[in-house]
Design a protein. Structure first.
Length: 310
């Protein structure tokens, strides 16, 4: 049951949105006017001081900007950084509870559109609460979300610095990577027991593969998609990255993949190139994508080299 809940969270984070982008302007009277990431026009009389963030990635962005003290409510899957656990929890996703949110008297609610309904948005706006939608499924989308949330909380400079820091970190990774794009990597975002899903083109995982000098084994698929065992075996990836969580019972996610019947001839398994990435860092469109990319770089270019040397 725990794994099913985790899978639901991960797949929620990975659900693709049509990214529209956001344009932002600050008026002379201090009001902030912009379009959110679903092209809805938002007008704030001033930067928000009371915010409810329903998605984990948005919570992480708020804290990364130094605005954690402005959060008066968080979605139930918001768990990073640890300080966020002290913030009042509200139902989110398919169980979003409008009454809970209204009771916290926020000025702004940050949400995605996957499980929230137009009726819920209307009810929140009828209560005088602004609803801002953040929807990023690639790295540029993450930058746009950071800049947008920076405007919401009145921290434009901090948002710009965070974006520049991420860009610099990614560029450093790219400059150190020696791969020529011939070796392939398969991202397993849902394990076999729940049905295999992977990340295709137009996703931040695909972009991380490219900056590491690798080729996404499923780059011909757009966004997030369900695939078969036969497709993975046929494509014979050089690396496998799983984002499954491990709770200490039974085989680890890496051990489970290595032991799969019919997978023994896959290059990644024969050469022990299976990596268990931090699920939240690599699946949430937020600042910790840098951490995920750095960990994967270390695995590809440092850990495996050390193993071979031994």
């Amino acid at each position: 049951m725990k794994n099913l809940k985790v899978l639901a969270v991960v797949m929620a984070a990975l659900t693709a949105f049509a990214f529209v982008g956001c344009s932002i302007s600050t008026q002379n009277d201090g009001t902030v006017v912009f379009k959110d990431m679903t092209d809805r026009e938002i007008k704030l009389d001033a930067p928000a001081e009371r915010i409810v963030a329903l998605t984990a990635a948005d919570c992480e962005i708020v804290y990364a900007l130094g605005a954690g003290d402005k959060l008066v409510g968080r979605g139930k899957y918001c768990d990073y950084p640890e300080d966020v656990l002290a913030v009042a929890e509200v139902e989110s996703g398919s169980e979003t509870n409008v009454e809970q949110i209204i009771a916290l008297n926020p000025q702004v609610v940050l949400m995605s559109t996957m499980d929230q309904t137009t009726e819920q948005v209307a009810a929140l706006e009828e209560a005088g609460i602004k609803v801002v939608v953040s929807a990023a499924n690639d790295i540029d989308g993450v930058y746009a979300a950071i800049e947008m949330i920076g405007k919401v909380v009145g921290m434009n400079d901090e948002a710009a610095k965070l974006v520049e820091s991420m860009k610099a970190s990614f560029e450093q990774i790219r400059s150190k990577a020696t791969g020529d794009g011939t070796k392939t990597v398969y991202f397993e975002v849902s394990p076999l027991q729940y049905g295999l899903w992977t990340a295709g083109s137009g996703t931040f995982m695909d972009e991380i593969a490219a900056m590491l000098g690798l080729k996404n084994a499923f780059a011909d698929i757009s966004g997030w998609a369900e695939i078969s065992e036969e497709q993975v075996i046929e494509r014979n990836p050089d690396y496998i990255v799983t984002i499954s969580m491990y709770y200490g019972d039974g085989p680890t996610p890496v051990e489970e993949i290595i032991a799969r019947e019919g997978w023994q001839n896959i290059t990644a398994i024969k050469e022990n190139r299976v990596f268990n990435s931090d699920s939240n860092a690599i699946s949430r469109p937020g600042p910790r994508l840098v951490d995920a990319a750095e960990a994967l770089f270390k695995f590809v270019y440092e850990d495996i080299k050390l193993d071979n040397a031994a």
